[in-house]
Ligand binder design. Structure first.
Ligand code: PEP
Ligand code: MG
Length: 807
């Protein structure tokens, strides 16, 4: 019988002997060190060692006798029995052979490496029935950290053994139908990674919200990982594009600085299970990111090595040792929730009506749900919550699970996307809004609310029970179409979610939305940062702290937003349009009033291409170009195409095209295509001449209708007259489509018209439009309708026959 196995001789095949967690540790050390994975070494006790320990002095029999009559729903009895069993285990000496084996393994390990003389140790538990697919056993047993010396290690091993009889572990086994005697415990003694003075976090090789599997999601905060896993901190978050990692290119799609207000560190010496304490993180340290870009990329590479090895999406714990400065993987297990979202069908929720937002936080999942608010301050108040209520709490932990199962939705003050409430909500398939900061204060017990997670990263709690729709979509069976249907994607935070819809790429992503969403500061204010008044500079400092300079902040943030959308839809084309802010809109950005003129008619004023060519804005445009070039040339997202808005004259078109080329965005270089928005009547009237400078048109029916009919698109007074199907508008659209098709150039449409008017979509298809870009809520319906129509028209003349136009 083997009592001890070195971690580097363990593989997944040892699962019955060392449990899922330790087998996975061993598998990574023994199989993946060669691929560059760094996992702290050590050894593990076996299930056989545990059983021999229990067989001494009749311990197993005594435990069995106590557990057999136990009713786990009697909380007091459960606590009493659990306590008794644990004290028996902790008081019983280890069998002599096991103790001497542990001492020998410990000496071998520390003797072999002089560096380890000062090391401390983590003693981790691994239950042999742990981590079965679909069972969240993880985290039920204890881990003891920062232990010095073999005597303390031995005591910790006994404590780990005892933790198999935690109250919640006993109850869980009963609920899941495992018999207590079938589960054994293996203790791993592993070198302590000093993340208490470093950083730690979690990574997923799949987006846990949407099931998008093209990126790795990483969270990170200062100190021990406990705070991230349990959701006590809002961590930094990163997303990394897998394809870029594989190609050795920069691949960071998102850097978002979390609040990181606290860090867990060690309070006292190295006794058995050094006690921990929560420290506050100084404000300056909170604002910067807890790990560097290089570290993010190294973690992403490690995650890919692990995912490739296991051949499935994984959930990984990592830590940065603040003493040696290196990154380590601590644990990896299959991801069980988001991976089930893939393929099959997709359920979409959409709010029918909006109301007053009471609190906001981070959306978990994409669902909507509602019910009466129940503010619960501790699990002892659980009885308050009835099935269908909205559970509102400061934070949750595994003790809360019974009450969470009854909730229709969960709202917490604290926590990020990997916090306990988030994980459980996803598992339960209910919406959750976490990290609101103030939910327990701002929501009132008993009030009806609607929890909305279908609107991107922000999760919203609305007053009252609002109507919503739930739509089930089978994605894999979308029929062939005579036209490409693309998506208009507003902000990067929705990209991963939309990417799982059926699509042929993105027909319009507006850079001004990305600037509004990712930057919020006027680009000139960033360029002229040094000469700004102190107070404005201070406000900017807070927002840009995680980046090396104001200019770099703009370029990197725009690149992140653009790259997120491009990566989400790759390899399909993604058309990103350079900025088209109007002066009234730019003025709202921080510092914007200093640089934007007051215009009577901003719609007809200093907007679109005209701006790029003026000295006042040229440098801002140069920053946009640098971000776009970076995404294409450095990150390798060559599915990104560029589009220029609001080009009034042919001369302006030629000049903008030359300006783009001067900034490294020359048509044809690295496969770049540059489109022009066809949205001013001049664009259609002189289509041929404009097309000399561009690879195609995307029709902006919003501006085109405004300008052909002379209707201010923003005025509600004339809104009734606004109709893209007016014959005059259709006439110019026909001219544009015909010119592009004759020249063999691209022609699509990205205005709102075909999303709102199915008959306009039909007309465009019949006129030979190559692609229609739709708002995401209409793409599935339009797809199915156009497919049915083209089947009915079967035959080559279907597309060329003009259809009657309504309107
Ligand atoms: C349009 O004008 O139709 C268009 C898509 O651009 P925007 O709505 O951004 O002006
Ligand atoms: Mg427009």
């Amino acid at each position: 019988m083997t009592n001890i196995l070195a971690l580097d001789e363990i593989t997944m095949a040892d699962l019955p002997h060392v449990g899922g967690k330790n087998a996975s540790l061993g598998e990574m050390i023994s199989r993946l060190s060669g691929a560059g994975l760094r996992v702290p070494g050590g050894f593990a006790t076996t299930a056989a060692a545990y059983r021999s320990f229990l067989s001494h002095d009749g311990l197993a029999g005594r435990i069995e006798a106590l557990l057999t009559p136990l009713d786990v729903s009697d909380v007091e009895d459960l606590a009493r029995v659990g306590r008794t069993i644990r004290s028996w285990i902790e008081d019983q000496p280890l069998p002599a052979d096991l103790e001497s084996d542990i001492r020998r393994a410990f000496d071998d390990m520390t003797g072999a490496e002089p560096d380890l003389a000062d090391a401390t140790w983590a003693v981790r538990s691994s239950a042999t029935a742990e981590d079965l697919p679909n069972a969240s056993f993880a985290g039920q047993q204890e881990t003891y950290l920062h232990i010095a010396g073999v005597d303390n290690v031995l005591a910790a091993v006994r404590k780990v053994f005892a933790s198999l009889y935690n109250d919640r572990a006993i109850a869980y086994r009963v609920h899941q139908g495992f018999s207590h005697g079938d589960v054994a415990l293996s203790a791993a003694v592993q070198r302590m990674v000093r993340s208490d003075v470093g950083a730690s976090g979690v990574m997923f090789t799949i987006d846990t919200e949407t099931g998008f599997d093209g990126a790795i999601l990483i969270t990170s905060a200062y100190g021990l990982g406990e705070t991230v896993v349990q959701g006590q901190v809002n961590p930094d978050e990163f997303a990394v594009y897998k394809a870029a990692v594989r190609e050795g290119r920069p691949g960071i799609l998102r850097r978002s600085a979390g609040e990181k207000a606290i860090a867990m560190r060690f309070a006292a010496g190295h006794e058995v299970g050094a006690s921990t304490m929560i420290t506050t993180v100084p404000p300056a340290q909170r604002r910067v990111l807890s790990i560097t870009d290089d570290e993010v990329m190294e973690l992403a590479r490690a995650a890919l090595v692990i995912e490739d090895h296991y051949g499935r999406p994984m959930d990984i714990e990592w830590a940065k040792d603040g003493v040696d400065g290196l990154l380590y993987v601590l644990q990896a297990r299959p991801e069980t929730v988001a991976s089930r979202l893939q393929g099959h069908s997709h359920t979409r929720y959409a709010l029918r009506e909006k109301g007053r937002v009471l609190v906001r936080g981070r959306a978990i999942g994409q669902r909507i749900g509602g019910g009466a608010v129940r503010i619960v301050r501790s699990p002892s108040e659980m009885a308050k919550v009835r099935t269908g209520d909205v559970l509102v709490a400061d934070i949750t932990d595994p003790d809360w699970e019974p009450v969470m199962k009854r909730a229709a939705a969960i709202v917490t003050n604290r926590g990020g996307r990997t916090c306990h409430a988030a994980i459980i909500a996803r598992e339960l398939g209910i919406p959750a809004v976490v990290g609101t900061g103030t939910a327990t204060r701002d929501l009132a017990d008993g009030d009806d609310v609607t929890i909305v997670c279908s609107e991107g990263e922000s999760g919203l709690v609305y007053e009252g029970l609002l109507p919503f729709v739930k739509e089930e979509i089978a994605i894999e069976r979308m029929p062939e179409l005579p036209v490409r249907l693309m998506l208009n994607v507003g902000t990067p935070d929705q990209a991963f979610g939309f990417a799982v819809l059926p699509h042929n790429g993105v027909g319009l992503a507006r850079l001004e939305f990305i600037v509004g969403n990712q930057i919020g500061i006027h680009p000139r204010a960033l360029l002229e940062y040094d000469s700004l008044p102190e107070q404005l500079r201070a406000e900017i400092d807070v927002r840009i702290a995680a980046y090396p300079s104001p200019r770099e902040f703009f370029i990197r943030r725009v690149a992140e937003g653009v790259a997120t959308i491009a990566a989400a839809f790759a390899p399909d084309p993604v058309i990103v349009r350079t900025s088209d802010f109007k002066s009234n809109e730019y003025a709202h950005l921080l510092g914007g009033d200093r640089y934007e003129p007051q215009e009577e008619n901003p719609m007809l004023g200093w907007r679109g291409a005209a701006r790029y060519l003026t000295p006042r804005f040229g440098e801002c445009f140069a920053m946009e170009c640098e971000a776009l070039r970076y995404v294409r040339d450095e990150m390798g997202l060559t599915n990104l195409k560029i589009m220029v808005p609001f080009v009034r004259t042919v001369a302006e078109g030629a000049a903008v095209s030359a300006e783009l080329a001067a900034h490294g965005l020359e048509r044809g270089r690295n496969g770049l295509e540059v489109m022009m928005m066809c949205e001013i009547p001049s664009n259609a009237l002189l289509a041929d001449q404009f097309l000399d400078h561009f690879d195609g048109f995307s029709i902006g029916s919003n501006d085109m209708t405004q300008l052909v009919l002379g209707i201010d698109r923003d005025s509600e007074l004339v809104a009734d007259e606004f109709d893209e199907r007016d014959p005059a508008v259709l006439r110019v659209l026909s001219m544009a489509i015909e010119a592009c098709n004759r020249r063999g150039k691209y022609v699509g449409i990205c205005g709102q018209g075909p999303s709102d008017h199915p008959d306009l979509a039909d007309w465009l298809v019949d006129r030979g439009i190559q692609s229609i870009s739709l708002s995401p809520d209409t793409i599935v319906g339009t797809w199915l309708r156009l497919a049915a129509r083209s089947a009915a028209h079967a035959g080559p003349q279907a597309i060329t026959a003009p259809a009657p136009v309504v309107g």
